[in-house]
Write a protein that binds this ligand. Sequence first.
Ligand SMILES: NC(=O)c1ccc[n+]([C@@H]2O[C@H](COP(=O)([O-])OP(=O)(O)OC[C@H]3O[C@@H](n4cnc5c(N)ncnc54)[C@H](OP(=O)(O)O)[C@@H]3O)[C@@H](O)[C@H]2O)c1
Length: 410
Amino acid sequence: MTAETTPFGIGVLGAGTVGGAFAELLPERAEAIVNLTGLRPEITGVLTRSRGDFDDIVERSQLIVELIGGLEPARDYVLRAMRAGRHVVTANKQLLAVHGEELWATAREHGVQLRFEGAVAGVVPVIRVMQESLAGSHVERVSGIVNGTTNYILTEMAAKGVSYAEALADAQRLGYAEADPSDDVNGKDAAAKMAILARLAFDTPVSLDDVPYEGIEDITAEDMQFARDLRLGLKLIGTAERVDGGLSVRVHPTLLYSGHPLASVHGPYNAVTVEAPAITEITMSGPGAGGPQTATAVLGDVISAMIPPASTPETTQRLPMIEDVVSAFYVRMEVADRPGVLAQVAEVLGMQGCSIKQLYQHGLGDDARLVMTIHPVLESRLFAALQLIGRLDFIRSAPHAIRVIEEEYV
Ligand SMILES: NC(=O)c1ccc[n+]([C@@H]2O[C@H](COP(=O)([O-])OP(=O)(O)OC[C@H]3O[C@@H](n4cnc5c(N)ncnc54)[C@H](OP(=O)(O)O)[C@@H]3O)[C@@H](O)[C@H]2O)c1
Protein backbone atom coordinates (compact mmCIF):
# COMPACT_ATOMS: atom_id res chain seq x y z
CA MET A 1 0.00 0.00 0.00
CA THR A 2 1.13 3.57 -0.54
CA ALA A 3 1.27 6.65 1.66
CA GLU A 4 -2.03 7.77 0.04
CA THR A 5 -3.98 5.07 1.89
CA THR A 6 -7.03 6.66 3.52
CA PRO A 7 -6.32 7.43 7.20
CA PHE A 8 -8.60 6.10 9.95
CA GLY A 9 -8.43 8.27 13.08
CA ILE A 10 -8.45 6.57 16.49
CA GLY A 11 -8.74 8.57 19.70
CA VAL A 12 -7.53 6.84 22.87
CA LEU A 13 -9.02 7.69 26.27
CA GLY A 14 -6.63 6.47 29.00
CA ALA A 15 -2.91 5.75 28.86
CA GLY A 16 -2.53 3.28 31.74
CA THR A 17 -1.81 -0.46 31.65
CA VAL A 18 -4.06 -1.20 28.67
CA GLY A 19 -4.11 2.25 27.00
CA GLY A 20 -0.29 2.38 27.06
CA ALA A 21 0.00 -1.14 25.62
CA PHE A 22 -2.55 -0.29 22.92
CA ALA A 23 -0.64 2.86 21.89
CA GLU A 24 2.50 0.69 21.50
CA LEU A 25 0.77 -2.15 19.68
CA LEU A 26 -1.09 -0.10 17.07
CA PRO A 27 1.98 1.28 15.21
CA GLU A 28 3.59 -2.18 15.31
CA ARG A 29 0.57 -3.71 13.55
CA ALA A 30 -0.25 -0.72 11.31
CA GLU A 31 1.01 -2.22 8.04
CA ALA A 32 -0.85 -5.48 8.63
CA ILE A 33 -4.01 -3.47 9.36
CA VAL A 34 -3.57 -1.48 6.13
CA ASN A 35 -3.35 -4.77 4.23
CA LEU A 36 -6.44 -6.13 5.95
CA THR A 37 -8.67 -3.08 5.77
CA GLY A 38 -7.25 -0.73 3.14
CA LEU A 39 -7.26 1.99 5.81
CA ARG A 40 -4.29 3.43 7.70
CA PRO A 41 -4.94 3.56 11.47
CA GLU A 42 -3.61 6.68 13.18
CA ILE A 43 -3.83 7.75 16.78
CA THR A 44 -5.36 11.23 16.71
CA GLY A 45 -4.88 11.99 20.40
CA VAL A 46 -4.65 10.50 23.90
CA LEU A 47 -6.70 11.71 26.86
CA THR A 48 -5.57 11.32 30.49
CA ARG A 49 -6.33 13.38 33.57
CA SER A 50 -3.47 15.73 32.70
CA ARG A 51 -3.37 15.87 28.90
CA GLY A 52 -5.57 15.86 25.81
CA ASP A 53 -8.88 17.52 24.95
CA PHE A 54 -11.86 15.20 24.51
CA ASP A 55 -13.82 17.31 22.00
CA ASP A 56 -10.72 17.88 19.88
CA ILE A 57 -9.90 14.13 19.88
CA VAL A 58 -13.47 13.17 18.90
CA GLU A 59 -13.49 15.79 16.15
CA ARG A 60 -10.42 14.22 14.52
CA SER A 61 -11.37 10.52 15.01
CA GLN A 62 -13.64 7.95 13.43
CA LEU A 63 -13.34 5.64 16.43
CA ILE A 64 -12.79 6.17 20.16
CA VAL A 65 -11.08 3.58 22.37
CA GLU A 66 -12.19 3.97 26.01
CA LEU A 67 -9.57 2.62 28.45
CA ILE A 68 -10.19 4.87 31.46
CA GLY A 69 -12.29 2.38 33.43
CA GLY A 70 -15.00 3.01 36.06
CA LEU A 71 -18.45 4.50 35.50
CA GLU A 72 -17.86 8.25 35.16
CA PRO A 73 -16.55 10.04 33.18
CA ALA A 74 -16.21 6.90 30.98
CA ARG A 75 -20.00 6.68 30.44
CA ASP A 76 -20.27 10.35 29.51
CA TYR A 77 -17.36 10.15 27.04
CA VAL A 78 -18.65 6.94 25.41
CA LEU A 79 -22.16 8.38 25.00
CA ARG A 80 -20.87 11.68 23.61
CA ALA A 81 -18.56 9.88 21.16
CA MET A 82 -21.39 7.69 19.84
CA ARG A 83 -23.81 10.63 19.60
CA ALA A 84 -21.15 12.34 17.48
CA GLY A 85 -21.24 9.30 15.14
CA ARG A 86 -17.99 7.65 16.32
CA HIS A 87 -17.55 3.91 16.81
CA VAL A 88 -16.42 2.96 20.32
CA VAL A 89 -14.24 0.11 21.57
CA THR A 90 -14.03 -0.39 25.34
CA ALA A 91 -12.64 -2.92 27.82
CA ASN A 92 -14.73 -1.49 30.67
CA LYS A 93 -16.79 -4.32 32.23
CA GLN A 94 -18.26 -2.25 35.07
CA LEU A 95 -19.57 0.34 32.59
CA LEU A 96 -21.24 -2.30 30.39
CA ALA A 97 -22.59 -4.30 33.33
CA VAL A 98 -24.27 -1.21 34.82
CA HIS A 99 -25.13 0.99 31.79
CA GLY A 100 -25.05 -1.57 28.94
CA GLU A 101 -28.66 -1.11 27.78
CA GLU A 102 -28.29 2.68 27.56
CA LEU A 103 -25.00 2.34 25.66
CA TRP A 104 -26.25 -0.31 23.21
CA ALA A 105 -29.44 1.69 22.55
CA THR A 106 -27.34 4.79 21.82
CA ALA A 107 -25.09 2.81 19.45
CA ARG A 108 -28.15 1.52 17.56
CA GLU A 109 -29.76 4.95 17.45
CA HIS A 110 -26.65 6.53 15.94
CA GLY A 111 -25.70 3.62 13.66
CA VAL A 112 -22.26 3.13 15.24
CA GLN A 113 -20.51 0.06 16.62
CA LEU A 114 -19.84 -0.52 20.30
CA ARG A 115 -17.33 -3.35 20.74
CA PHE A 116 -16.07 -4.78 24.02
CA GLU A 117 -14.10 -8.02 23.60
CA GLY A 118 -11.46 -6.89 26.13
CA ALA A 119 -14.10 -6.44 28.85
CA VAL A 120 -14.52 -10.18 29.49
CA ALA A 121 -11.73 -12.76 29.79
CA GLY A 122 -9.02 -10.53 28.29
CA VAL A 123 -7.83 -11.87 24.98
CA VAL A 124 -10.04 -15.01 25.04
CA PRO A 125 -12.53 -14.28 22.24
CA VAL A 126 -15.69 -15.12 24.16
CA ILE A 127 -17.72 -12.08 23.10
CA ARG A 128 -17.06 -12.68 19.41
CA VAL A 129 -17.92 -16.37 19.73
CA MET A 130 -21.12 -15.56 21.60
CA GLN A 131 -22.20 -12.77 19.21
CA GLU A 132 -21.18 -14.44 15.97
CA SER A 133 -20.29 -18.16 16.01
CA LEU A 134 -22.98 -19.18 18.52
CA ALA A 135 -25.56 -16.54 17.56
CA GLY A 136 -27.87 -19.29 16.26
CA SER A 137 -27.50 -21.63 19.26
CA HIS A 138 -29.99 -22.00 22.06
CA VAL A 139 -27.52 -21.58 24.91
CA GLU A 140 -28.57 -23.38 28.09
CA ARG A 141 -25.67 -22.44 30.35
CA VAL A 142 -22.52 -20.34 30.42
CA SER A 143 -19.99 -21.05 33.17
CA GLY A 144 -16.73 -19.25 33.59
CA ILE A 145 -13.59 -18.57 35.49
CA VAL A 146 -13.57 -14.89 34.57
CA ASN A 147 -11.28 -13.42 37.22
CA GLY A 148 -7.60 -14.27 36.96
CA THR A 149 -6.65 -12.87 40.38
CA THR A 150 -8.91 -15.22 42.30
CA ASN A 151 -7.98 -18.18 40.11
CA TYR A 152 -4.30 -17.51 40.81
CA ILE A 153 -4.96 -17.32 44.58
CA LEU A 154 -7.03 -20.52 44.64
CA THR A 155 -4.48 -22.33 42.50
CA GLU A 156 -1.67 -21.35 44.92
CA MET A 157 -3.73 -22.39 47.94
CA ALA A 158 -4.46 -25.78 46.34
CA ALA A 159 -0.91 -26.43 45.14
CA LYS A 160 1.09 -25.17 48.15
CA GLY A 161 -1.33 -25.52 51.06
CA VAL A 162 -0.85 -21.82 51.91
CA SER A 163 -3.50 -19.61 53.53
CA TYR A 164 -5.69 -17.15 51.62
CA ALA A 165 -3.69 -14.20 53.04
CA GLU A 166 -0.36 -15.72 51.96
CA ALA A 167 -1.62 -16.48 48.44
CA LEU A 168 -3.07 -12.95 48.11
CA ALA A 169 0.24 -11.37 49.19
CA ASP A 170 2.03 -13.53 46.60
CA ALA A 171 -0.46 -12.46 43.88
CA GLN A 172 0.13 -8.79 44.77
CA ARG A 173 3.92 -9.23 44.66
CA LEU A 174 3.68 -10.80 41.18
CA GLY A 175 1.28 -8.16 39.85
CA TYR A 176 -1.71 -10.53 39.54
CA ALA A 177 -3.63 -8.58 42.20
CA GLU A 178 -4.07 -4.82 42.66
CA ALA A 179 -3.00 -3.04 45.84
CA ASP A 180 -6.74 -2.87 46.60
CA PRO A 181 -7.97 -6.28 45.41
CA SER A 182 -11.51 -5.93 46.88
CA ASP A 183 -13.57 -6.13 43.67
CA ASP A 184 -11.58 -9.14 42.49
CA VAL A 185 -11.64 -11.22 45.67
CA ASN A 186 -15.24 -10.36 46.66
CA GLY A 187 -16.59 -11.58 43.30
CA LYS A 188 -17.87 -8.22 41.99
CA ASP A 189 -15.53 -8.11 38.99
CA ALA A 190 -16.59 -11.63 37.98
CA ALA A 191 -20.27 -10.70 38.50
CA ALA A 192 -19.93 -7.76 36.07
CA LYS A 193 -18.40 -10.05 33.44
CA MET A 194 -21.10 -12.69 33.94
CA ALA A 195 -23.80 -10.00 33.52
CA ILE A 196 -22.28 -9.10 30.13
CA LEU A 197 -21.97 -12.75 29.04
CA ALA A 198 -25.55 -13.53 30.17
CA ARG A 199 -26.87 -10.50 28.29
CA LEU A 200 -25.33 -11.82 25.07
CA ALA A 201 -26.03 -15.52 25.57
CA PHE A 202 -29.68 -15.18 26.57
CA ASP A 203 -30.68 -12.02 24.72
CA THR A 204 -32.25 -10.43 27.79
CA PRO A 205 -31.26 -7.38 29.84
CA VAL A 206 -28.97 -8.34 32.73
CA SER A 207 -27.23 -5.82 34.94
CA LEU A 208 -24.75 -6.14 37.78
CA ASP A 209 -27.64 -5.73 40.27
CA ASP A 210 -29.17 -8.99 38.97
CA VAL A 211 -26.09 -11.04 39.85
CA PRO A 212 -25.65 -12.26 43.46
CA TYR A 213 -21.97 -12.80 44.15
CA GLU A 214 -19.78 -14.25 46.86
CA GLY A 215 -15.98 -14.03 47.00
CA ILE A 216 -13.14 -16.26 48.12
CA GLU A 217 -12.10 -14.41 51.30
CA ASP A 218 -13.54 -17.10 53.61
CA ILE A 219 -11.90 -20.07 51.90
CA THR A 220 -9.43 -21.73 54.27
CA ALA A 221 -6.42 -23.99 53.76
CA GLU A 222 -8.54 -26.70 55.45
CA ASP A 223 -11.28 -26.32 52.81
CA MET A 224 -8.59 -26.93 50.20
CA GLN A 225 -7.35 -30.01 52.05
CA PHE A 226 -10.87 -31.46 52.30
CA ALA A 227 -11.51 -30.63 48.64
CA ARG A 228 -8.40 -32.60 47.74
CA ASP A 229 -9.54 -35.52 49.91
CA LEU A 230 -12.86 -35.47 48.06
CA ARG A 231 -11.07 -35.38 44.65
CA LEU A 232 -12.47 -31.90 44.02
CA GLY A 233 -10.93 -28.63 42.81
CA LEU A 234 -12.09 -25.26 44.17
CA LYS A 235 -12.69 -22.34 41.75
CA LEU A 236 -14.57 -19.03 41.71
CA ILE A 237 -17.22 -19.89 39.14
CA GLY A 238 -19.68 -17.59 37.39
CA THR A 239 -22.82 -19.32 36.15
CA ALA A 240 -25.59 -18.05 33.89
CA GLU A 241 -28.28 -20.60 33.06
CA ARG A 242 -31.88 -21.06 32.07
CA VAL A 243 -33.98 -22.16 35.03
CA ASP A 244 -37.76 -22.77 34.81
CA GLY A 245 -38.36 -20.29 31.98
CA GLY A 246 -36.17 -17.66 33.65
CA LEU A 247 -32.52 -16.93 34.09
CA SER A 248 -30.14 -17.35 37.02
CA VAL A 249 -26.81 -15.53 36.99
CA ARG A 250 -24.50 -15.88 39.99
CA VAL A 251 -20.88 -16.04 41.14
CA HIS A 252 -19.52 -18.05 44.05
CA PRO A 253 -16.72 -20.40 45.09
CA THR A 254 -17.54 -23.84 43.68
CA LEU A 255 -16.10 -27.33 43.97
CA LEU A 256 -15.59 -29.21 40.70
CA TYR A 257 -14.71 -32.79 39.81
CA SER A 258 -11.63 -33.22 37.62
CA GLY A 259 -13.73 -34.09 34.54
CA HIS A 260 -15.25 -30.59 34.42
CA PRO A 261 -13.60 -28.45 31.72
CA LEU A 262 -12.99 -25.59 34.16
CA ALA A 263 -11.27 -27.82 36.74
CA SER A 264 -7.97 -27.79 34.84
CA VAL A 265 -7.82 -23.99 34.38
CA HIS A 266 -5.02 -22.86 36.68
CA GLY A 267 -3.12 -19.72 37.66
CA PRO A 268 -4.18 -16.33 36.29
CA TYR A 269 -5.94 -17.95 33.31
CA ASN A 270 -9.60 -17.41 32.42
CA ALA A 271 -11.96 -19.85 30.71
CA VAL A 272 -15.59 -19.84 29.63
CA THR A 273 -17.69 -22.95 28.94
CA VAL A 274 -20.82 -22.61 26.82
CA GLU A 275 -23.40 -25.40 26.73
CA ALA A 276 -26.15 -25.73 24.13
CA PRO A 277 -27.98 -28.84 22.87
CA ALA A 278 -26.52 -28.69 19.35
CA ILE A 279 -22.91 -28.10 20.42
CA THR A 280 -22.80 -30.06 23.72
CA GLU A 281 -20.02 -27.97 25.26
CA ILE A 282 -17.33 -25.54 24.08
CA THR A 283 -14.62 -24.23 26.37
CA MET A 284 -12.36 -21.29 25.53
CA SER A 285 -9.41 -20.40 27.73
CA GLY A 286 -6.38 -18.15 27.85
CA PRO A 287 -4.80 -15.18 29.63
CA GLY A 288 -7.61 -13.22 31.27
CA ALA A 289 -5.89 -9.87 31.78
CA GLY A 290 -2.64 -7.96 31.38
CA GLY A 291 -1.87 -4.85 29.33
CA PRO A 292 -0.55 -6.40 26.08
CA GLN A 293 -3.14 -9.22 26.17
CA THR A 294 -6.12 -6.90 26.66
CA ALA A 295 -4.69 -4.41 24.14
CA THR A 296 -4.65 -7.27 21.59
CA ALA A 297 -8.38 -7.86 22.17
CA VAL A 298 -8.99 -4.11 21.87
CA LEU A 299 -7.05 -3.96 18.61
CA GLY A 300 -9.05 -6.91 17.24
CA ASP A 301 -12.22 -4.90 17.95
CA VAL A 302 -10.76 -1.81 16.29
CA ILE A 303 -9.95 -3.79 13.13
CA SER A 304 -13.46 -5.32 13.11
CA ALA A 305 -14.96 -1.84 13.41
CA MET A 306 -12.83 -0.66 10.47
CA ILE A 307 -14.30 -3.40 8.28
CA PRO A 308 -18.11 -3.79 7.78
CA PRO A 309 -20.49 -3.30 10.68
CA ALA A 310 -21.43 -5.85 13.29
CA SER A 311 -24.88 -5.61 14.79
CA THR A 312 -25.25 -4.02 18.21
CA PRO A 313 -27.26 -6.39 20.37
CA GLU A 314 -30.92 -5.53 20.78
CA THR A 315 -32.94 -7.56 23.23
CA THR A 316 -36.10 -9.23 21.95
CA GLN A 317 -37.30 -10.59 25.29
CA ARG A 318 -37.04 -10.10 29.03
CA LEU A 319 -36.48 -13.31 30.98
CA PRO A 320 -37.37 -13.27 34.70
CA MET A 321 -34.32 -13.50 36.99
CA ILE A 322 -34.46 -16.65 39.15
CA GLU A 323 -32.73 -16.35 42.52
CA ASP A 324 -33.20 -19.79 44.06
CA VAL A 325 -31.58 -22.69 42.21
CA VAL A 326 -30.70 -26.31 42.90
CA SER A 327 -27.10 -27.13 43.82
CA ALA A 328 -25.04 -29.80 45.53
CA PHE A 329 -22.98 -28.55 48.49
CA TYR A 330 -19.91 -29.08 50.61
CA VAL A 331 -20.49 -27.99 54.22
CA ARG A 332 -18.05 -27.69 57.12
CA MET A 333 -18.73 -26.80 60.73
CA GLU A 334 -17.05 -27.17 64.11
CA VAL A 335 -19.11 -28.78 66.89
CA ALA A 336 -18.70 -29.98 70.46
CA ASP A 337 -17.62 -33.63 70.31
CA ARG A 338 -20.45 -35.25 72.27
CA PRO A 339 -23.11 -37.91 71.65
CA GLY A 340 -26.20 -36.93 69.66
CA VAL A 341 -24.64 -34.04 67.76
CA LEU A 342 -24.52 -35.81 64.41
CA ALA A 343 -28.10 -36.99 64.78
CA GLN A 344 -29.33 -33.44 65.46
CA VAL A 345 -27.43 -32.02 62.48
CA ALA A 346 -28.84 -34.74 60.23
CA GLU A 347 -32.35 -34.15 61.58
CA VAL A 348 -32.33 -30.41 60.86
CA LEU A 349 -30.92 -31.02 57.39
CA GLY A 350 -33.56 -33.70 56.78
CA MET A 351 -36.38 -31.38 57.89
CA GLN A 352 -35.33 -28.97 55.13
CA GLY A 353 -35.13 -31.77 52.55
CA CYS A 354 -31.31 -31.86 52.50
CA SER A 355 -29.74 -35.28 52.26
CA ILE A 356 -26.13 -36.05 53.22
CA LYS A 357 -24.06 -37.77 50.53
CA GLN A 358 -20.69 -38.13 52.33
CA LEU A 359 -19.69 -37.33 55.91
CA TYR A 360 -16.28 -37.01 57.58
CA GLN A 361 -15.53 -36.25 61.21
CA HIS A 362 -12.14 -35.00 62.46
CA GLY A 363 -11.36 -34.75 66.17
CA LEU A 364 -10.16 -31.36 67.50
CA GLY A 365 -9.65 -32.11 71.23
CA ASP A 366 -13.05 -31.55 72.92
CA ASP A 367 -14.48 -30.41 69.60
CA ALA A 368 -14.83 -31.99 66.17
CA ARG A 369 -14.94 -30.71 62.62
CA LEU A 370 -17.76 -32.12 60.50
CA VAL A 371 -17.31 -32.05 56.76
CA MET A 372 -20.09 -33.29 54.53
CA THR A 373 -21.33 -33.18 50.99
CA ILE A 374 -25.05 -32.70 50.36
CA HIS A 375 -27.07 -34.05 47.43
CA PRO A 376 -28.53 -31.37 45.09
CA VAL A 377 -31.18 -29.29 46.87
CA LEU A 378 -32.73 -25.82 46.50
CA GLU A 379 -30.15 -23.38 47.85
CA SER A 380 -32.73 -21.65 50.08
CA ARG A 381 -33.46 -24.98 51.84
CA LEU A 382 -29.80 -25.65 52.56
CA PHE A 383 -29.18 -22.11 53.87
CA ALA A 384 -32.33 -22.30 56.02
CA ALA A 385 -31.04 -25.56 57.54
CA LEU A 386 -27.58 -24.07 58.17
CA GLN A 387 -29.11 -21.05 59.86
CA LEU A 388 -31.02 -23.34 62.24
CA ILE A 389 -27.95 -25.51 62.85
CA GLY A 390 -25.87 -22.38 63.54
CA ARG A 391 -28.14 -21.62 66.53
CA LEU A 392 -27.72 -25.04 68.22
CA ASP A 393 -25.72 -24.96 71.47
CA PHE A 394 -23.04 -27.44 70.33
CA ILE A 395 -21.94 -25.31 67.35
CA ARG A 396 -18.41 -23.91 67.80
CA SER A 397 -18.02 -22.20 64.40
CA ALA A 398 -20.79 -21.20 62.02
CA PRO A 399 -21.44 -23.71 59.21
CA HIS A 400 -19.75 -22.73 55.96
CA ALA A 401 -21.12 -23.94 52.61
CA ILE A 402 -19.53 -24.13 49.17
CA ARG A 403 -21.44 -25.18 46.06
CA VAL A 404 -20.41 -28.34 44.18
CA ILE A 405 -20.86 -28.86 40.43
CA GLU A 406 -21.37 -32.58 39.97
CA GLU A 407 -21.26 -32.73 36.17
CA GLU A 408 -18.14 -34.14 34.53
CA TYR A 409 -17.73 -34.02 30.76
CA VAL A 410 -14.78 -36.34 30.18
N1 LIG B 1 -5.33 -3.96 33.38
C1 LIG B 1 -5.85 -5.07 32.86
O1 LIG B 1 -5.22 -6.14 32.80
C2 LIG B 1 -7.25 -5.05 32.27
C3 LIG B 1 -7.79 -6.23 31.72
C4 LIG B 1 -9.06 -6.20 31.14
C5 LIG B 1 -9.79 -5.02 31.14
N2 LIG B 1 -9.26 -3.90 31.72
C6 LIG B 1 -10.06 -2.67 31.68
O2 LIG B 1 -9.38 -1.69 30.91
C7 LIG B 1 -9.67 -0.40 31.42
C8 LIG B 1 -8.37 0.32 31.72
O3 LIG B 1 -7.68 -0.39 32.71
P1 LIG B 1 -6.14 -0.08 33.07
O4 LIG B 1 -5.66 -1.21 33.90
O5 LIG B 1 -5.39 0.29 31.84
O6 LIG B 1 -6.31 1.23 34.00
P2 LIG B 1 -5.17 2.22 34.52
O7 LIG B 1 -3.83 1.60 34.39
O8 LIG B 1 -5.61 2.66 35.88
O9 LIG B 1 -5.25 3.46 33.53
C9 LIG B 1 -6.34 4.33 33.50
C10 LIG B 1 -6.02 5.49 32.57
O10 LIG B 1 -7.20 6.29 32.49
C11 LIG B 1 -6.85 7.64 32.78
N3 LIG B 1 -7.93 8.31 33.49
C12 LIG B 1 -8.47 8.00 34.71
N4 LIG B 1 -9.44 8.86 35.02
C13 LIG B 1 -9.53 9.73 34.00
C14 LIG B 1 -10.32 10.85 33.75
N5 LIG B 1 -11.24 11.27 34.62
N6 LIG B 1 -10.16 11.52 32.58
C15 LIG B 1 -9.22 11.12 31.69
N7 LIG B 1 -8.42 10.06 31.88
C16 LIG B 1 -8.57 9.38 33.03
C17 LIG B 1 -5.63 7.57 33.66
O11 LIG B 1 -4.98 8.81 33.52
P3 LIG B 1 -3.75 9.28 34.42
O12 LIG B 1 -2.57 8.64 33.70
O13 LIG B 1 -3.77 10.76 34.28
O14 LIG B 1 -4.00 8.76 35.78
C18 LIG B 1 -4.89 6.38 33.06
O15 LIG B 1 -4.11 6.81 31.97
C19 LIG B 1 -10.58 -0.62 32.65
O16 LIG B 1 -11.92 -0.52 32.25
C20 LIG B 1 -10.26 -2.05 33.05
O17 LIG B 1 -11.33 -2.66 33.74
C21 LIG B 1 -8.00 -3.88 32.27
